[in-house]
Design a protein around this ligand. Sequence first.
Ligand SMILES: NC(=O)c1ccc[n+]([C@@H]2O[C@H](COP(=O)([O-])OP(=O)(O)OC[C@H]3O[C@@H](n4cnc5c(N)ncnc54)[C@H](OP(=O)(O)O)[C@@H]3O)[C@@H](O)[C@H]2O)c1
Length: 300
Amino acid sequence: MKVLVTGGTNGMGKGVAKVLAGSDNQIHEIIILCRSEERGKATIKELEASTKNNKISLILCDLTKLSDVQKAIKEIHSQHDFLDGLFINAGLGYAPERVETEDGMDSHFQVNYLSQFMLTLNLLDLLEKSENGGRVIFNVTEGGEIFWDDMQMKKKWGYESGIHQAMVAKRMFCDRLHNYYRNNEGSGLSFIGFQIAKTVWSNQINIIPLPMKIMATVMKIFGTFISIEECGMIMSPLFTENQEESLKRSGKFITWKKNKFTEIAQDNSVYDKKMQDKLWNISLDLCKDKKTTQIAEKFI
Ligand SMILES: NC(=O)c1ccc[n+]([C@@H]2O[C@H](COP(=O)([O-])OP(=O)(O)OC[C@H]3O[C@@H](n4cnc5c(N)ncnc54)[C@H](OP(=O)(O)O)[C@@H]3O)[C@@H](O)[C@H]2O)c1
């Protein structure tokens, strides 16, 4: 399988990249999309040494910049004829204050959702060329809401509500893509929302303020956390299972409990077609990208 992982330099993305790289006799090819060349190269070095897989490459892209996303899309197309999997994972977590991107958006909204909305739409053609059943796995969580009147959170900001808003947006996007592909015969792509059941001991621990770090360390002793490798072990079958299995999960919001994937009920608002359309149109307007708009036309 050839899998592109956004945010593969740390946390859950790195865990998935590492487990995939080391499994099935190192047959899988991993593309890590990341913002820092230094961290990207160091990650490749580390994963090559631990997995003996030499099919790991980088695509540089800072998701706070739509111009970078456009460049990355071109670069991926120039280097790859197909993709089997896409892990929509990169995300900002804790932040002490609201940061506006150079595109004028809230950074959580842009990094965790919008830039990856644009990336996904532009990589569907490569996923359609997969001979193994292209799939997009969205790293999502339950809850949250879209702040329709203040999506960029200028009036009221909080890093947690920013993260959760992006999660709902990703789940709505996942459902919309699933419905389009199911309603169009001959399509073999699947779109799955996955929520990790236990908190992953990710790079977030290095970013959060000291009191939160102390609390997390205490919770770790009680087994509240799992390692990035454990996370990778849980998630990797979603990228390697065959097309038939993957298609059965398409459109579902799942987690891993009692040693199996189980479905989680979605809030009804996620399935609301009018709201999905509204979000879709706002997202396209914000992307301000001709190619993305053209691709999106087939989904109307
Ligand atoms: N940890 C959990 O238990 C948990 C649970 C549920 C959901 N999640 C979600 O999982 C995702 C990953 O979180 P994590 O906990 O694994 O966090 P993490 O260790 O901080 O990893 C985040 C990844 O996203 C990348 N990233 C951040 N900003 C970026 C940007 N502007 N451009 C490109 N890449 C960027 C980071 O790159 P750098 O290495 O350069 O920082 C890193 O590789 C997030 O969406 C989070 O909300 C996490």
